[in-house]
Design a protein around this ligand. Structure first.
Ligand code: GDG
Length: 474
């Protein structure tokens, strides 16, 4: 069996309890543990003097190959083009896109340099799986260095509609670079459709194969003189492991203390990195609307928002934090009682087991991003429920997870009244309906867990780009 090489911007620092916050880290580490192989990428360190050095650490079946970034590279590649240009553009926030040509050059330069660091570690039959928007030019750089291995790419965030992508000045170079991969994986069919639409209408390319763009039946793409394949591979979780974690965690101290301070109140629960794509301000306002419109909820419902910091050295992230905390103060000031705080907001990370246990304790999982590639929290919330007395998921239609979790109450996060109504419905939903919705969702999560996601992608990658026969892989 070929060795698997995972390439991602950040190689997650692994501790006993698994990787720290971040969907990519959780999904990829779980996958690599099963197959063994190498995980290559940035160590998370910014090196202030001298050349960054590659470090190799073996941990069981996984080799971690990490390297630091020079300050200028971090600023241009990571903070600049990846997170100030691509992240807002790919989340449909054309109003927030910042563009600097030097950052774009830095993005390309760092991708080329990282690819050159990987080349000496490669064997002829390795299968290379590159992850996410930081590394779009990676295959082009490997090909330029003579690498002929199979190279696949999975985009964890949405692929935007062509009209939004056109706002990124070097859009053509990006899509051309994507066409150097053998297989492109997206979270949803809508993302595949958006990519194909760009290829056909903006790059005079051709698509063979038809909708629905399902995993296991990729379409053939011909563009920029290359052939490749593309399909949707919705990322999953391990629902049974999460359920175990949730059951065990319920006996832990944090959860017991929490239950005591809640008394008999119902609990609404949200967990997100503090990112402007996650719709936190709108979510707080919809909870406020619920308290306005359903007085019985006052002092009878508590909303806990856990929002660990992310990219906090960027202005856009400092702004969203200020806006959120100002809304929080206003809403709590308006409704709080001496013995009740409506929104408990925690700007810190918790252990996975505590989160899972809190999900199980809560009556509503409130997951309402403005845009999200998939959203693993939605899947983790459902997984953590008690099958006999499950909570209700309130889920944004703009999360990729909404395609699969049809048993959720699906909301539009812009529609504050609609979200308040969904919360009211979730809080009073009869047990039989909660069970039926849960059964529907948990069956879906079990049938498309993270192993299925990985195996389907890797199986399709092994079949090549639709042009070269598989025997010519190395
Ligand atoms: C990207 C895409 C896509 C959160 N807080 C803590 C914590 N987390 C964990 C959650 C979950 C993960 O981080 C977050 O994953 P999401 O999927 O919700 O969102 P992103 O980080 O934006 O991930 C996303 C994902 O990649 C995978 O493809 O679904 O659309 O944007 O697992 O539980 N974990 C711990 N403490 C926390 O405080 N331990």
């Amino acid at each position: 069996m070929s060795r698997l090489i995972i390439v991602s911007n950040r190689v997650a620092p692994i501790s006993e309890g698994g990787p720290a916050a971040g969907g990519l880290a959780v999904g990829v580490y779980d996958a690599l543990k099963e197959t063994g192989g190498m995980w290559f990428g940035w160590s998370g360190e910014v090196v202030s003097s001298g050349q960054p050095q590659l470090q190799l650490v073996e941990q069981g079946p996984v080799t971690f190959a990490t390297i630091g970034l020079a300050r200028r590279d971090y600023d241009q590649y990571y903070r600049g083009f990846s997170n100030a240009t691509l992240w807002p553009a790919f989340h449909y926030r054309a109003d927030m896109i910042q563009y600097d040509g030097h950052d774009f050059e830095g993005y390309w330069r760092v991708n080329t340099w990282l690819a050159q660091q990987l080349v000496p570690l490669l064997r002829a039959d390795d299968v290379i799986w590159v992850h996410d928007y930081h590394l779009i030019p990676f295959a082009q750089a490997l090909r330029a260095a003579g690498v002929k291995n199979r190279i696949g790419f999975f985009l964890h965030i949405p692929f935007p509609a062509a009209q939004v992508l056109l706002a990124v000045p070097p859009h053509r170079a990006l899509v051309e670079a994507l066409c150097s991969f053998d297989l492109l994986g997206f979270q949803t069919q809508a993302d595949v459709r958006a990519f194909c639409d760009y290829v056909v209408h903006e790059a005079a390319g051709e698509i063979e194969g038809a909708e629905p763009f399902v995993a296991g039946a990729p379409v053939l793409v011909r563009a920029f003189g290359r052939s490749l394949r593309a399909a949707a591979y919705p990322i999953g979780v391990y629902p049974d492991e999460i359920a175990q974690l949730a059951k065990a965690g319920a006996r832990g101290k944090s959860v017991r203390t929490m239950r005591q301070t809640l008394h008999d109140r119902k609990l609404i629960m949200s967990v997100d990195r503090l990112d402007y794509s996650k719709g936190l301000v709108e979510r707080f306002r919809a909870f406020e609307r619920l308290l306005d419109q359903v007085p019985a909820c006052r002092n009878n419902v508590s909303f806990v928002q856990i929002a660990p910091p992310t990219r906090s050295d960027m202005h856009a992230y400092q702004d969203i934090r200020l806006r959120l905390e100002s809304e929080l103060g206003r809403i709590n000031g308006r409704f709080a009682e001496l013995d009740w705080t409506p929104i408990r907001y925690i700007h810190r990370q918790y252990e996975r087991s505590v989160l899972a246990a809190l999900f199980r304790q809560s009556h509503v999982g409130y997951v309402t991003p403005l845009r999200d590639g998939m959203n693993l929290v939605a899947k983790e919330y459902v997984s953590a429920q008690d099958p006999d007395d499950p909570g209700v998921l309130v889920l944004s239609r703009f999360a990729g997870a909404a395609d699969e979790l049809t048993g959720a109450l699906i909301v539009n996060p812009i529609d504050i009244d609609g979200m308040a109504q969904a919360l009211a419905q979730a809080l009073s939903m009869p047990l039989a309906e909660r069970r039926a919705r849960y059964r529907d969702m948990i069956a879906q999560l079990r049938s498309n867990n993270v192993s299925v996601w990985r195996d389907t992608f890797l199986r399709d990658l092994a079949q090549g780009n639709g042009q070269r026969p598989a025997a010519n892989a190395a």
